[in-house]
Design a protein around this ligand. Structure first.
Ligand code: GLN
Length: 484
């Protein structure tokens, strides 16, 4: 069953205010969609009773004329790496199979304070490491458009929960593309804000200097509404910027040609040999169409393109090896029965039994690049690459408002087809990691359909903290340049 009245948060809230629907009706509808789509494996847990109760509570509140929050009645799912007090958070891992959050992530706290309804937590790659959602202890998430294909990852469950109408909006996390890449594969909007725009308090860490909570929605306006609520300073996370992204200009006022944007297309990334020809043509045509409408479009080249993926995987695995050291069976995580008494064997046994293959691989790689004798050759070099990329991004945004790129080199592929080739899998992150390496905001806007039947998006990037520009430009593309 499809929730016929849900097109946008604004439309839904209007329907609530003229009594043509209720929160309870919405939640019931999504719950039945969740049941009907159980085979997609998008949810780890559905908070059924609780979301029905909250819906009834919100309906009463509204009927009594009490003030309603900005996200009144909005039905949201969260990725299984985001803490929600008294609910399980397991990072798709056996390591945390029985772990219950003892506090709310700041983003969750802010959602609840504005009357949102959290309907469940969503499947993901273990500790957010991966790009197919095949690295989860709960099994893979299926793409609703073709269940033989991957959903993308690591926020695959969150994305499919929006794709298949199991909620209105979802929170994911994006360390190297995990919101934008599955959004691209599933035909929805995925927005990764600037690093530090949303508090990471309560987000289970993968690579802390990259991690960012992101929003998945059917359209950019809904994502903007959620972003407006969850961004902002937090005493629990000192990396959050004090910027207020308010007020957002009315996004629907953005016209085809006004305001006029300065757009950079990165030529050497667009000419990369891994890119599917049809995707390349679509991005080139989009650039041409934008130019025709009066926007300024120019080609630029980016240095160090071939170093981006290696730098990303060196730095993130280094950070992961440190972040994941807390999962030892004492402070956190799985403890094996009949554990050895000697402490290092005890840790070894717990960690060997509870971490999956990909996570182990990354912890070992990260430990290696941080080890004496290799630190300068790998870690320091990668930091230098990161610094130079951030400088280049600053330079580009002195002249341009937006960078236009593909999101992923291909459309969603067959499940299992990349498992044997991890290098190819890592290289497929080439378009998304630039935003994370340089801390800038990025989004994948669902615009196209490939001749193979699968959707794909255009990726747009803006200068650090210009998230509002990015959302507005996304809206322009979404409303006026859709080709699917
Ligand atoms: N595919 C990337 C990785 O495996 C991105 C992950 C992410 O953004 N969480 O590291």
């Amino acid at each position: 069953m499809l929730l016929l009245f849900f097109k946008s948060i604004a439309g839904y809230q209007k329907a609530l205010s003229d009594n043509s629907t209720s929160c309870l009706e919405a939640v019931n509808c999504f719950l039945s969609n969740i049941e009907a789509s159980a085979h997609l494996n998008a949810f780890v847990e559905v908070f059924r009773e609780e979301s029905l109760e909250r819906a009834a509570f919100l309906d009463n509140k509204r009927k009594e004329g009490l003030p309603c929050g900005k996200l009144h009645g909005v039905v949201i799912s969260i990725k299984d790496v985001i803490s929600y007090k008294d609910h399980k958070v397991t990072a798709g891992s056996k390591m945390l199979a029985n772990f219950t959050s003892i506090y709310n992530a700041t983003a969750v706290e802010k959602l609840l304070a504005e009357d949102a309804i959290i309907i469940g937590n969503c499947n993901c790659d273990e500790f957010a490491m991966g790009n197919t959602n095949e690295n989860s202890v709960y099994g893979r998430v299926k793409n609703a458009l073709d269940t033989n294909k991957v959903s993308g990852g690591s926020s695959g469950g969150s994305v499919v929960s929006v794709q298949a109408d199991m909620c209105m909006v979802a929170l994911g996390s994006d360390t190297g593309g995990s919101v934008r890449q599955p959004a691209d594969f599933c035909g929805v909007y995925g927005f990764k804000p600037s690093y530090g725009a949303i508090s990471r308090h309560g987000l289970l860490a993968y690579a802390s200097s990259f991690d960012q909570i992101g929003v998945i929605a059917k359209n950019p306006e809904d994502a903007a509404k959620v972003f407006e609520v969850i961004h902002g300073q937090d005493e629990h996370d000192s990396t959050v910027s004090s910027l207020e992204y308010l007020p957002m200009r009315s996004m629907s006022n953005v016209q085809e040609n006004k305001p006029s944007y300065k757009i950079a297309v990165i030529r050497n990334l667009l000419n990369h040999s891994s890119l599917d020809n049809e995707i390349k043509d679509a991005i080139n045509t989009l650039a041409y169409d934008l130019k025709k409408k009066g926007h300024e479009v120019k080609e630029v080249d980016l240095d160090l393109v071939d170093y981006m993926v290696p730098a990303y995987y060196i730095l993130t695995t280094a950070e992961a090896s440190s972040n994941l050291s807390r999962y030892d069976g004492v402070r956190y995580g799985f403890r094996a029965e009949n554990s050895p008494e000697e402490i290092s064997n005890f840790y070894k046994k717990n960690r060997s039994l509870a971490f999956g293959k990909e996570v182990k691989k990354r912890i070992m790689l990260g430990t290696f690049v941080l080890s004496e004798g290799f630190y300068d050759a790998y870690y320091t070099k990668a930091q230098q690459v990161r610094k130079l990329l951030a400088q280049q991004s600053k330079e580009i945004f002195k002249e341009f408002d937006i960078i236009l790129l593909p999101t992923v080199p291909s459309t969603a592929f067959e499940a299992g087809s990349m498992v044997k080739d991890p290098i190819a899998m890592y290289l497929a992150d080439i378009y998304t990691i630039f935003a994370n390496l340089s801390g800038i905001p990025g989004a994948s806007v669902p615009l196209f359909k490939h001749s193979n039947g699968m959707p794909f998006g255009a990726q747009v990037l803006a200068a650090r903290n210009n998230d509002v520009t990015l959302l507005e430009f996304s809206n322009l593309l979404f409303n006026h340049f859709k080709r699917n």
